[in-house]
Design a protein around this ligand. Sequence first.
Ligand code: AP5
Ligand code: MG
Length: 211
Amino acid sequence: MKIVTLLGAPGSGKGTQAKRLSESGKFLHFSTGDMLRKAIANREPTGLSADVFIKRGELVPDQVMIDLVRSAVRVVPSTSNVLLDGFPRTLPQAHALDSTLEIRVTAAVFLDVPGSVLLDRLTGRRICRKCGELFHITFFAPRKLGTCDKCGGDLFQRPDDQVDVVSKRLEIFAGQNSMLLSYYFESGRLTKIDGNRSADSIQSDLAVQLR
Ligand code: AP5
Ligand code: MG
């Protein structure tokens, strides 16, 4: 069982790459952001309390996230490989994964993207309301404006992709990231990938790294 975590700033391409990897059938994809958005849409207590933090661009408290991931991974068969997208984001979350959650990360892959690129990626992102496919108004533009190429669903913009919230998210990421990178580097589990290239090139690199 491989447990891989994709680390990277908001907009670094974690979701884009995780989706591609899970479509290859080799990994089960767990995105904590997607889990929270689903909990918000279903008006679950976890979602409603998390919504306040997400709207402000802040992190949801560690214990809430640890409990959420714990219940998600509990049902994973021991023969499956797991791809975590958006977890851990803090040292307590990383420690919890390695100890209390008992699914020790085998590889942490950091998608390295310069800050100057992230704002454009995030403010231009559009998502299909029906199937969750990711688009970008410039880099992955849909054939028909506002409509998903895959299923014809409506595209929407995440509320936390507004410029003022994006700035807060990037600031918080910068405050946590070096500690997380050191944690995985010191335990020999960190790989860095240049995330400022075409999504196809990054996907090829990841496939080699995670063989
Ligand atoms: P989450 O949904 O995880 O947001 P995030 O980490 O901020 O990351 P994003 O989803 O914004 O970016 P991404 O790296 O997935 O990029 P994507 O592939 O979409 O979390 C949301 C919120 O939930 C957090 O702010 C926090 O409040 C809370 N939360 C979640 N997990 C938590 C945790 N563990 N602890 C505490 N709180 C937590 O790509 C972005 C855009 O770029 C897309 O339009 C895409 O098409 C485009 N793109 C992708 N790759 C490329 C490329 N190579 N070239 C050009 N464009 C590209
Ligand atoms: Mg994402």
